[in-house]
Design a binder for this molecule. Structure first.
Ligand code: GLN
Length: 207
């Protein structure tokens, strides 16, 4: 029997929860490598865009001359997983962005930045996530920190999770379009690696 080699997944390492994503990916069976340069991007089978501050990450992408290469790679089908600021970066359309803020795009969604309110309004909740086995019985614990939500999703976008209760009930917080996955929340800090497993599976299935 032959076993599939572990896919190599890059973690955009300009700002944010890089280490946490890398260790979640390793737990989910991938080889995780930091990506700061176009040459490094060219070696990966998939890429994670961590949370942080989307305006800062956009600036750093330009400083590191990675904005265009990353945009092109995602457009050409490189599997990508964005959490929080990473979701903002993957959105084709942005509401509530900073003046002149641009996104890489790749997901046919409109994302509202800082949708849930300010830092003090950050919150945690349990979610059923389509594609995460057993999450109806054993929900995904989701941590939202100045998070965006998906305001509108195009016809090819699958909504994977919505908030169940509270003032944000019904808001879309996880989506997938082909091999691009995005969550409003931070799956890397909860110790539950099922979303990273899902992404590793997406990357493996593609290869
Ligand atoms: N509010 C941040 C932004 O606009 C995202 C927050 C996060 O990634 N935790 O980029």
């Amino acid at each position: 029997m032959t076993s599939t080699p572990a896919p190599t997944i890059g973690v955009l390492a300009l700002q944010g929860d890089v280490r946490e994503h890398a260790s979640a990916l390793e737990s989910a069976g991938a080889r995780a490598v930091p990506v700061r340069r176009a040459a490094e991007l060219a070696t990966v089978d998939g890429i994670v865009l961590p949370g942080g501050e989307s305006t800062t990450i956009e600036k750093l992408l330009r400083v590191f001359e990675l904005f265009e290469p990353l945009q092109a790679a995602v457009r050409d089908g490189l599997p990508a997983f964005g959490s929080c600021a990473g979701m903002i970066l993957l959105a084709d359309r942005l509401e509530g962005g900073a003046h002149g803020q641009r996104t890489l795009g790749g997901l046919d969604v409109t994302v509202r930045r800082n949708a849930f309110g300010r830092q003090v309004d950050s919150f945690e909740t349990d979610l059923v996530v389509d594609g995460v086995p057993d999450s109806a019985q054993d929900p995904v614990h989701a941590v939202f920190i100045r998070a965006p939500w998906v305001e509108q999703a195009g016809p090819d976008v699958r909504v994977l999770a919505t908030v169940g209760t509270g003032p944000a009930a019904g808001r879309i917080v996880a989506v997938r379009q082909r091999d691009v996955l995005a969550t409003s929340f931070h799956p890397e800090i909860s110790g539950d690696h099922r979303l990273h497993h899902l992404f590793v599976q997406i990357v493996t299935d593609r290869g």
